[in-house]
Design a protein around this ligand. Sequence first.
Ligand code: FAD
Ligand code: PYC
Length: 416
Amino acid sequence: MSRYSIFTLARNALTNHENWTEAWRSPEPRPDYDVIIVGGGGHGLATAYYLAAEHGITNVAVVEKGWIGGGNTGRNTTIVRSNYLYDASAGLYEHALKLWEGLTQELNFNVMFSQRGVMNLAHDHHEARDLKRRVNANRLNGIDSEWLDRQQVLDFCPILNRDPAIRYPVYGATLQRRAGTARHDAVAWGYARGADARGVDIIQNCEVTGLDIQGGRITGVETTRGRIGAKKVGVVVAGHASVLAAMAGLRLPIDSHPLQALVSEPIKPVMDTVVMSNAVHAYCSQSDKGEMVIGAGIDLYNSYSQRGSFDVIEETLVAICEMFPILSRLSMMRQWGGVVDVCPDASPIISKTPIGGLYLNCGWGTGGFKATPGSGHVFAHTIARDEPHPINAPFALDRFASGALVAEHGAAAVAH
Ligand code: FAD
Ligand code: PYC
């Protein structure tokens, strides 16, 4: 750390954190942009960043109805991995994982990417066969993935329940060592700061209420702060993708559901990896603050509520207490939900649409955080060149007509 920054730090500590320069501007919307990105989550901000950084398109606005990162980006449980089954998915998620590995340097902003490994547990022989198939598929795609037997799993995560007589005993697990976690809101802030520095306008508290389409082409958006013209519009609004698509007369094959998570009171370090169990619909990691970060499967009904039902987290905590008996006396500090947009094949849509200049990025369901850099990178390419990047070509809308689905319910690893 330079002397200048030590003094700056000391001055800021003593002046009650006053007079910091803003990390990004808060401009008034201009009348027209080359590109408008609707949705200021990680994917939308990453898209704007790569439009500017890689395609030289800087006359761009990100229009966000609330505050950036206030949607699923700031609500997720931060798991990053690339161990999906099919080649198309391996290409997409591994592209993202490679970008994660250099993201702090790329953005000059610490996104706290921690490659602590992610385990997907098997509780019986049948699950083990399924997971071993995925390990083999990953390796064929050059993705690090290994199978651990029961003893290896217990050695890797000693706080797991070792009793063989429980309802869901540990049988084995997959392990991806390059996988892990990242600080979710830092990802939004880092991309926002990088995009702003390149001239992108980030416009918060501005809800898109309509899409202007003339002669089969997008010409702008209607917002709560007036009309804004645009040559191209990318819609990246996660749980509200169907709502925005309906404004363009499009019906998406998407179901929106609440997905819940919760954190415990902080405790000393007890777990230095991430453990997921598809069978019991629960997963757990420990944050840098010491809180146990716990997540559930989706609430099965459709809803736009960011809350979820109590019975789902009750079942999740029953499963967590069986998996990790030493956590059973912890108090839970906070619970929240997000709205996730699930496609029939549990894979995303990154696509052109039948409307000229209108592009969609959605359908990430329970698992889009891990894809944030890769998704933004290939979506920026799709918008800039008006054609898909080879990596996102299999994730176009037309797969729901052709039947070329990318069925990833197993690898999604959070029940839905
Ligand atoms: P968001 O961050 O939701 O951004 C979309 C933005 O669009 C929002 O800020 C919203 O306000 C805005 N918006 C909506 N409508 C409008 C409008 N009309 N006008 C303007 N703006 C609008 N994924 C993982 O990979 N790993 C995990 O561990 C993980 N855990 C999760 C746990 C929970 C509890 C939840 C809810 C999700 C989890 N996910 C996880 C999924 C992940 O969070 C999402 O897939 C991802 O964050 C989606 O990012 P996004 O930028 O597309 O969406
Ligand atoms: O996709 O890995 C994932 C995930 C973990 C928790 C929620 N989604």
